[in-house]
Ligand binder design. Structure first.
Ligand code: THU
Length: 160
């Protein structure tokens, strides 16, 4: 029997330690939670994406009375960005969440379906996407999406 251990590197920052570029992107994701449509979960999520050309696209979660028809903030933002600039790679994504009158103290972590979609964009442009996960107590920085989705299913898996 053999074992394989898979590790994810998470750099943990105080907000004030981050670069101005990252602080701006996080603040945009925080502003975006105000635009969420989340009457069912009351869990408001904002995502801000910076492209390689400096453009920033934001999204918030959009819920629906038929629950599965709604969409997470990350996918709203990523599909929006990719639809506007299909040739431009994504540099960074920042994610924040707000519920019960507060931003989460611990960093928000994206759901599995969003990780899969973010991975597709990372692979599509063959460029790492930096992930900033905001919490009031700390911010997680992860260097690429692949680390968020080990043992992933991706394009090359189809040719195995
Ligand atoms: N949600 C997001 O938008 N992003 C996440 O990373 C986690 C969950 C949304 C989906 C749903 O509208 C609400 O948060 C509760 O799950």
């Amino acid at each position: 029997m053999k074992q394989k251990i898979i590790e994810t590197k998470i750099s943990i920052y105080n907000f004030d330690e981050l670069s101005t570029e990252y602080q701006i992107l996080i603040n945009k994701s925080k502003e975006q939670v105000l635009k969420a449509y989340a009457p069912y979960s009351l869990f408001h999520v904002g995502a801000a994406i910076e492209l390689d050309n400096g453009e920033i696209f934001c999204g918030s979660n959009q819920e629906n009375s038929a629950y599965p028809s709604g969409l997470c903030a990350e996918r709203v933002a990523m599909f929006y960005a990719n639809a506007q600039f299909p040739e431009i790679a994504v540099r960074t994504i920042a994610i924040s969440a707000y519920t019960n009158g507060n931003f989460l103290a611990e960093p928000i972590t994206p759901c599995g379906a969003c990780r899969q979609v973010l991975l597709e964009t990372e692979m599509r442009f063959e460029k790492n996407i930096t992930v900033l996960l905001y919490g009031t107590e700390k911010v997680y920085l992860i260097e690429n999406i692949k680390q968020l989705l080990p043992l992933c299913f991706e394009k090359s898996s189809l040719n195995n």
